[in-house]
Design a protein around this ligand. Structure first.
Ligand SMILES: [Zn+2]
Length: 259
């Protein structure tokens, strides 16, 4: 549907609704991280386009089992990119709302760990992320809170092995990123969060990747959608659409809240 027909809100109106809410939940997609400088993987200088990796296979689970070294080659580059960037104004604003007990949690489709780095605590990562890691052989949970420094250390500690190996059994460690061919994560947690919120913020997602895209349909709560392009969402009462760059919009919302 063309959601540009939905009513819009000014930053001041959005700020008022945020201050009036008691349990906000945010659902975020790639658009919240673009402003941080995460390159479009398929763009002109994207990690997929340089020809260094086989783009169709980097996140393919069957291929990972056979050739984990290609995913790790990709990850070495990706971790270096992540180290150079910082969470955006919008990431930090969501963390602030959580610290002020206005926001219950964040549901994200992103694997980049920027919500963790911004200070968010309660995060449902439906596509997983680099924030934790497990061993594929002994199924041991290896690390929770896997920072970029931790990954870098693991990767340089095993310079002769192209992949990171389990300290318990020598098996291959995989970050808990959801690959193609794997089930999504945290879905129950995300559903509980969505069903109990009184204000839903849908930020930087076109809602075209399933099943995550169905989550925002699970509430009848007041919903504010902010994105730079169209969003696949069914119209319901008390739903608003703001066609905007996230940081530009939320900078004004923050100015209003702090004034
Ligand atoms: Zn193991």
């Amino acid at each position: 549907m063309n959601n540009r027909r939905l009513p819009s809100l000014t930053p001041e109106q959005c700020g008022s609704r945020i201050l009036d809410a008691k349990c906000i939940v945010a659902f975020t997609g790639a658009g919240i991280s673009t402003a941080a400088g995460i390159p479009d993987f398929r763009g002109p200088n994207g990690l997929y386009t340089t020809g260094k990796y086989n783009a169709d296979k980097v996140f393919e689970i069957d291929y990972f089992h056979k050739h984990p070294e290609m995913f790790y080659e990709f990850s070495r580059d990706f971790i270096q990119i992540l180290k150079k960037i910082q969470p955006t104004i919008t990431h930090r604003f969501l963390a602030r709302l959580e610290s002020e007990d206005l926001l219950t949690g964040v549901i994200t489709q992103n694997i980049d760990t920027l919500h963790h780095r911004a200070g968010s605590i309660n995060i449902a990562e439906v596509h997983g992320s680099y924030w934790s890691a497990s061993c594929l052989s002994c199924n041991q949970f290896i690390k929770n809170g896997a920072t970029l420094d931790w990954w870098e250390e693991q990767m340089t500690q095993s310079p002769r092995s192209p992949v990171v190996l389990c300290p318990h059994c020598g098996g291959i460690i995989k970050p808990d990123v959801v690959f193609f061919g794997e089930p999504v994560r945290d879905l129950d947690k995300a559903e509980t969060m969505i069903k109990s919120c009184d204000l839903l913020l849908v930020l930087g997602s076109s809602l075209t990747v399933y099943p995550a895209a169905l989550l925002p349909q699970l509430t009848s709560a007041s919903t504010i959608v902010v994105n730079q392009g169209d969003v696949m969402i069914s119209f319901r009462q008390d739903m608003y659409f703001i066609l905007s760059d996230l940081d530009a919009f939320f900078k004004k919302v923050i100015d209003f809240i702090d004034s």
